[in-house]
Design a protein around this ligand. Structure first.
Ligand code: SF4
Length: 405
């Protein structure tokens, strides 16, 4: 796809602040726990290994940060809470319970609020599942990543298949809902071997499965190893075949892709992540966490210090770990909305786009580029929405570069 070029949005929308429904709609709450036992070689998340952690100090800081942001949002209802990381299953259940109790004191929870915790499937962490459940967690997302011991070793995981299977069983018995992650496009993987692994995963799955393609990210341990030629990823054609196998196999099993990497029985989607992809309002608490909020008619971004100790000291010094919220320009909002919404199979409803940005899709995008992408089979539009096709979602970065240039 072509080179990126600056282009003015036509016409410049939203000159006057508008009061949208978002200022009153429920918010999602993200809590970041930045610590892991060890750093996986493919991981570029904000995760860190420390010899010891003063958990009581961290707990106090998370509670102060929550209180600060509650002052910004007011008492809007909370629809979902997500403990991500890092490895939040390394937190004690006491810390999880404290965060949930304080959140419940600061915001009303919607009935049936979804409370997810990411967990690694080790026996130590599975032994805490019952306590997490008692603390209020309703859903776990397990980082299983592979169902082959050799692949788990390559991915630097701290568990083997046997341990993952027993953690999955404990999760199934303990929580109302659970999901697990898999990573594909690993070295040497073929469509046939991946199909066998996927079939095994389907037999183990509940109503939700996340399946990510392995990519080599700068700054990870895999980056120099891959550059040295220590291992090679499957070629592009094989990667495309693996993606198509994933989509077809899971759809046939009743778990269609509702997002590029996420598959669920209809109705069992991760409600928290849907808030991001539908470009709703959410709050991020903890190191490196981001938020998007509608405040006084303006859409603002909140952002927290990324380094754990810098964040902790900032909270202790000033009562929160972030910078001042920054207003997003209409163009930034348009770009973010499309980057998020086109990840979803449902796409972006025209009415929602208009409500958020104050203009129609046609006025916000270059009609020639939209038509060309639709003609090429990467976008589909009708009277109610715009969406990326399955082929478009497979190469979404290139589609967005063309659409937003
Ligand atoms: S456990 Fe998860 S967050 Fe931690 S290093 Fe591994 S992939 Fe990254």
């Amino acid at each position: 796809m072509g080179k990126r070029a600056k282009k003015t949005l036509r016409p410049e929308p939203c000159a006057q602040p508008r009061e949208s429904k978002d200022a009153r709609s429920p918010i999602a709450l993200y809590i970041h726990w930045p610590f892991c036992k060890s750093k996986c070689p493919y991981c570029d998340f904000n995760s860190h290994v420390r010899a010891s952690i003063d958990e009581a100090r961290w707990r106090t800081a998370l509670l102060r940060d929550l209180e600060h942001y509650a002052g910004l949002t007011g008492r809007r209802a909370v629809t979902s809470i997500f403990f991500g990381g890092g490895t939040p299953s390394l937190m004690t259940a006491e810390t999880v319970a404290s965060v949930l109790e304080r959140a419940a004191a600061l915001w009303p929870f919607e009935p049936g609020v979804e409370i997810t915790l990411e967990a690694n499937p080790t026996s130590v962490e599975a032994a805490r599942f019952r306590d997490f459940r008692s603390a209020g967690v309703t859903r776990v997302s397990l980082g299983v990543q592979a169902l082959e011991d050799g692949a788990l070793k390559f991915l630097g995981r701290g568990h083997d298949v046997k341990e993952a299977l027993s953690a999955l069983e404990v999760a199934r018995q303990t929580f109302e809902r659970f999901s697990f992650d898999l990573i594909y496009a690993r070295p040497g993987q073929t469509a046939a071997s991946w199909e066998r692994e996927l079939d095994r995963a389907i037999a183990l799955a509940g109503e939700h499965l996340s399946v990510y393609q392995l990519t080599i990210e700068p700054g990870t341990a895999f980056a120099p190893a891959h550059a040295r030629g220590d291992f090679a990823l499957p070629d592009e054609e094989t990667q495309a075949a693996l993606y198509e196998t994933t989509v077809a196999r899971l759809e046939a099993a009743g778990l269609p892709a509702y997002e590029i990497s996420n598959h669920a029985r209809p109705g069992a989607e991760c409600r928290h992540n849907l808030v991001y992809w539908r470009y709703g309002d959410y709050l991020g608490v903890g190191p490196g966490a981001h938020g998007r909020l509608t405040l006084d008619g303006a859409r603002v971004a909140t952002r927290q210090h990324r380094a754990p100790e810098t964040w902790l000291e900032a909270v202790e010094r000033q009562g929160h770990g972030g910078a001042e919220p920054a207003a997003l320009t209409p163009r930034e909002q348009r770009d973010e909305f499309l980057m998020m919404g086109l990840r979803l199979a449902e796409g972006i409803p025209r009415a929602r786009f208009r409500e958020r940005l104050g203009l129609d899709l046609e006025a916000a995008l270059d009609p020639g580029r939209v038509a060309a992408l639709a003609e090429a089979g990467f976008l589909e539009l009708d009277a109610t929405r715009i969406a990326a096709t399955s082929a478009g979602r497979q190469r979404l970065n290139a589609v967005l570069a063309r659409l937003l240039e």
